[in-house]
Ligand binder design. Structure first.
Ligand SMILES: *Cc1c(COP(=O)(O)O)cnc(C)c1O
Length: 223
């Protein structure tokens, strides 16, 4: 087994106060999660609803699960009773569905709006202008069972550190703009989720509050 405990502490040691670690455990066995859990890690991220359902059943109840992948609207109902955060809300339709399903359990589900900033075509998310327009519409204020807690993004998957930095700074500036315009009275609009195994040190420099690190802790995924 990869030395999960050692890797976990190496990552944690580099994170300043105020930056949370979401340990991305997708495609890794529950034994790996148990190791990290014993070391004190409580927030884990998964991206497939069925895999998550299996893990939730057999792992401790006080784990906070984040859904980090692209979520289909017809899958929301399966996770709505327990998910602590849905990080990658990429359409208004999905947000409304989360609101509807959360209401059934009398819950308020924390969500992040996913930004599409990277140049790759394949990435999901709101463009910066779509995100501005949506918040300006005020529609979200009617959705009482979701709470928008911040923004999430994935930088381009490139070697060029300056490109990555540029995208993350852009996201951080957009966060500040939206915070000032729509959430100045909401201290819980505070999360900036960026940074993965290869770029989380840059993300920390670019005002991330939440890094999503998988490979650097658990090793390569076996698909
Ligand atoms: C898989 C995944 C991660 C973790 O990636 P690593 O390179 O293994 O750290 C982070 N964020 C999202 C959205 C992912 O899908």
């Amino acid at each position: 087994m990869f030395d999960v405990a050692k890797n976990l502490h190496e990552v944690l040691d580099t994170l300043p106060d105020g930056v949370k670690l979401v340990a991305i455990s997708k495609f890794h066995p529950k034994e790996y999660i148990e190791v990290a859990y014993r070391e004190g890690q409580r927030i884990f991220g998964e991206s497939h609803e069925q895999e998550l359902a299996g893990k939730v059943q057999s792992l401790p109840q006080d784990i906070e699960w984040h859904f980090i992948g692209h979520l289909q609207t017809n899958k929301v109902k399966y996770i709505a009773s327990y998910i602590s955060m849905i990080e990658a809300v990429d359409t208004v339709k999905l947000l409304k569905e989360i609101n509807k399903q959360a209401a059934k359990y009398n819950r308020v589900i924390n969500v992040l709006l996913e930004l599409h900033i990277a140049e790759e075509e394949s990435k999901y998310g709101f463009t910066p202008n779509a995100c501005r327009e949506f918040l300006k519409s005020g529609e979200w204020r009617e959705l009482k069972n979701v709470h928008i807690s911040g923004l999430m993004m994935m930088a381009s998957n490139v070697e060029d550190q300056e490109q990555i930095r540029k995208e993350m700074i852009f996201a951080s500036n957009l966060f500040d703009e939206l915070k000032a315009s729509y959430f100045s009275d909401d201290p819980e609009f505070k999360e900036r989720s960026w940074g993965m195994s290869h770029d989380y040190p840059i993300a920390v420099e670019c005002h991330s509050t939440m890094v999503r690190v998988g490979t650097a802790i658990f090793g390569p995924r076996v698909y």
